[in-house]
Design a binder for this molecule. Structure first.
Ligand code: PLP
Length: 396
């Protein structure tokens, strides 16, 4: 039977495709430090469960396609505290940020249309854009340059007659790059000049370290009609399994189009939305505490990684990922070695090979992405296992 050409272009997620080997190793009794996926070990705030426990309707009915109003209002208030004003009509609740991204690309792309994004980028953009019929046009960034891409010449050289949008993951996954206000103003100027959408994927908004300011494209009023914000409870509130996110825009056309898709899939899970509303209403001191925790984890893993001879790695300014270039040719082969042969005191480690985070053929084969989502000691041990594993792998 036929599978579409566009879907045949997409590979498996590098974040998850080594899972079967990890599960096998675990069955054999090995402990694995899972640094491959952005699944934090931080407890989901209890207000989520409390809100669900206090749901006393006799029927779990469909909710509105655009989302539960109690959640839309909580999100609206959350943004108000950052000086951004969004009404219920501007906020569409989605099944995670992932569905919001799929909706956006389905809404704005015709076959062959292009989306500009800095690489390395969150690998699932391959799936979202390609499944919508579009193509990614990457701007290549490097650790050595701080993963900077806010450069007019660089961005404009990627613009063609088919470009429809520039997507900015800020703070960056996997680079940790945090855009400054000036960076965003420059990108906004280019978007206006070439009539592009700005897709602002800000699911890591609060995770900006070292005194980095929290920035949002929603703060730029001159591009309000072309900005589409992607938000999610997954990372901020450590609630990945709740599958609640949203798509936010003041542009009526995109909201109308997204609603058509939303009506087709009926609604998001009602109970998860009730819990998510409580999360968005949380006391703001929560953000400072969580940020401090991640900052400590980042420092720990960075310090440990820098003990690996020949590693190239930049201390990230935000999100909870770190990219590292290893002194070997093929990190996938190394990861297979770690999962199937290596162990140190019955323990091994898992990361994401970074090739899938690039669109340019051949890049990322010697790079890995680590998610610093475990406690500091576990992060240190995970990085140590990479070092010990590398020593043995190279000595074979
Ligand atoms: C940059 C970015 N955007 C969107 C998502 C989607 O997350 P979710 O669907 O859990 O909200 C992720 C998940 O890792 C991400 O890293």
């Amino acid at each position: 039977m036929n599978i579409s050409k566009k879907m045949n272009k997409i590979g498996q997620s590098p974040i998850r495709k080594f899972n079967p080997f990890a599960i096998k190793a675990e069955k054999e009794g090995k402990k694995i430090y899972r640094l491959n996926i952005g699944q934090p070990d931080i407890e989901t705030p209890s207000c989520f469960m409390d809100a669900v426990n206090n749901f006393h309707e006799k029927v779990i009915a469909y909710s509105e396609s655009g989302g539960e109003t109690v959640l839309q209002d909580a999100i609206s208030n959350y943004f108000k505290a950052y000086g951004m004003s969004y009404t219920r009509d501007d906020i569409m609740i989605t099944n995670g940020g992932s569905e919001a991204l799929s909706m956006v690309f389905t809404s704005i792309l015709d076959p062959g249309d292009e989306v500009i994004i800095a690489e390395p980028f969150y690998t699932n953009y391959h799936t979202f854009v390609t499944a919508a019929g579009g193509n990614i046009v990457p701007i290549t960034t490097k650790a050595e340059d701080g993963y900077d891409y806010a450069d007019a010449e660089l961005i404009e050289s990627a613009v063609t007659g088919k470009t429809r949008a520039i997507a900015c993951i800020n703070p960056g996954n996997p680079t940790g790059r945090v855009l400054t206000k000036q960076d965003m103003e420059l990108i906004a100027e280019i978007a206006v000049k070439h009539d592009l959408w700005i897709i602002a994927d800000e699911v890591y908004r609060e995770f900006a370290y070292d005194g980095n300011e929290i920035t949002s494209f929603g703060m730029l009023s001159n591009v309000a009609d072309r900005v589409i914000i992607i938000d999610s409870v997954s990372k901020r509130f450590s609630a990945c399994g709740a599958r609640v996110g949203c798509l936010i825009s003041k542009n009526k056309d995109i909201m109308e189009c997204a609603l058509k898709i939303a009506q087709g899939r009926l609604c998001c899970p009602t109970l998860d939305q009730i819990g998510a509303a409580a999360l968005y209403n949380i006391d703001r001191s929560y953000y400072a505490d969580v940020k401090k925790e991640y900052e400590g984890r980042r420092d720990a893993v960075y310090e440990e990684l820098m003990k690996i001879p020949g590693i190239v790695c930049r201390k990230p300014g935000g999100s909870f990922y770190i990219m590292a270039k290893l002194p070997i040719d093929d990190v996938e082969d190394f990861l297979m070695y770690l999962l199937t042969e290596f162990e140190d005191n019955g323990e091994t480690v898992m990361f994401s090979p970074a090739e899938g985070f690039y669109a340019t053929e051949g890049l990322g084969k010697n790079e890995i992405r680590i998610a610093y989502v475990l406690k500091q000691d576990d992060m240190r041990r995970g990085a140590q296992l990479i070092r010990l594993g590398l020593e043995k792998y190279k000595a074979r």
